[in-house]
Design a protein around this ligand. Structure first.
Ligand SMILES: Cc1ncc(COP(=O)(O)O)c(C=O)c1O
Length: 405
């Protein structure tokens, strides 16, 4: 069925609520996305009819739960075109996924080695690597961006060398909306012999991730940013790398045999998944990606581009508004400042009118310092947003400006 935003919206119950009499205009999708009814139903169905632990029980409920839980792994593997389902590791989100990778490669790092990130990193993909450097003696290099918020590819290239062990960067910047040329960047990093991790937290919801054709080593994302429950996430990694690592956490599920003195580790994916997992959440994540796969993804992308283009045009014409992040290729995020207004006040005054945005440094404090701003007001769009909502944002901003005057 062709993409129809009205039909999409009907599937998200929360979108029909109001905020003190004003219809909710939810433009905080980079923070978290809403859940379609089918995801809510999948979670409710699990708790109502088959609630049980997975992999262990000898009874019908355990069997049903395990099938639904492992079925979600197949769905994720298909969605990102993983080589094999064993490469899909469940985590609690992007943050945990990056931490597992850092733990995995930490003992292969030596003083003199280098890790390379970019100036547009989310704290999850910056602080984790700072820590990996602190414990291993490796050095953290940071590839610069220009004032538009685009990576300087020449300097990125210059920073790559035979000491670069891993390169990590976001698919899409959560603070600026910059879509990075990840295929090119991956090829450059691989040519230098480095491992590559893509922080896909903001990229995954746009539905065109193919990890095999990308050629990266790790692609990580959070369920809650792609219409699934919080507390779920994915670490996709190359099987040979995941198998070579020390285990992340120990306990049930990740072992094959145990004596009082020692233990043998289970196969992938279980060797990196200790303890009872977030079963309902994983089932919800599977339902979310099944749902997204059924949509007209080309139509969705056109719609999302139209939202971005219209919002940018309106912002450019809005007196006293400064867009923060003017990369040529942007998606989903419009960061801005209003003359004479602190972003927190702008956010507060928009909320009074039913408009939900985020304000602050967006977990990218060094990026804000690099750009010389205290933070920004950030409107972020998802497939269920409408052009009318973009209008509503700018109509409300006119009132904000009057209130701030
Ligand atoms: C680009 C990026 N990376 C990492 C994260 C961390 O995600 P989570 O808090 O779900 O682990 C976020 C969340 O906003 C993000 O936008």
């Amino acid at each position: 069925m062709a993409f129809d935003v009205a039909v999409i919206r009907q599937q998200f119950p929360i979108l029909s609520r109001d905020i003190d009499g004003s219809p909710l205009v939810y433009l905080d999708n980079a923070a978290t996305t809403h859940k379609p009814q089918c995801v809510i139903d999948a979670i409710s169905h699990y708790y109502s009819y088959s609630n049980s632990n997975v992999h262990r029980g000898a009874h019908r409920l355990a069997d049903e739960s395990t099938k639904a839980y492992e079925g979600a792994r197949d769905t994720v593997a298909r969605f990102i075109n993983a080589n094999v389902r064993e490469e899909v590791i469940w985590t609690s989100g992007t943050t945990e996924s990056i931490n597992i990778v850092a733990h995995g490669i930490a003992q292969q790092l030596n003083p003199g080695d280098q890790l390379l990130v970019t100036e547009m990193e989310h704290h999850a993909d910056l602080v984790t690597w700072q820590q990996a450097c602190a414990t291993s003696g490796a050095e953290l290099k940071v590839a610069p961006i220009n004032d538009n918020g685009e990576l300087n590819l020449d300097q990125f290239q210059t920073l790559l060398c035979d000491r670069t062990k891993l390169v990590a960067f976001p698919h899409i910047s959560n603070a600026l909306g910059t879509v990075n040329p990840i295929t090119k960047m991956i090829a450059m990093a691989k040519a230098a012999g480095a491992l590559v991790l893509i922080d896909g937290a903001q990229g995954i919801a746009h539905g065109d991730v193919d990890v095999q054709s990308l050629g990266c080593d790790f692609y990580v994302f959070s369920g809650h940013k792609v219409f699934a429950p919080t507390g779920t996430g994915v670490l996709w990694g190359r099987q040979s790398l995941l198998e070579s690592w020390p285990v992340w956490q120990t306990g049930g599920e990740m072992i094959s045999t145990v004596t009082y003195q020692s233990a043998q580790w289970n196969q992938l994916p279980y060797r990196l998944e200790a303890g009872t997992p977030h079963i309902a959440g994983v089932i919800g994540l599977g339902a979310a990606l099944e749902w997204l796969s059924r949509q007209d993804l080309d139509g969705m992308r056109l719609h999302e581009k139209a939202l971005m283009a219209t919002a940018t045009e309106r912002a450019e014409q809005f007196e006293g508004l400064r867009i923060i992040g003017t990369a040529k290729n942007k998606l989903g995020v419009l960061s801005f400042l209003i003359e004479g207004g602190h972003p927190a006040d702008v956010g507060f005054l928009l909320d009074r009118q039913g408009i939900a945005i985020r304000t602050g440094h967006h977990c990218a404090e060094p990026l804000m310092n690099r750009l010389g701003v205290p933070g920004t007001a950030r409107a972020s769009f998802s497939l269920y947003n409408t052009l009318d909502e973009v209008d509503a944002l700018f109509d409300a901003l006119k009132k904000v400006r009057l209130m701030l005057a």
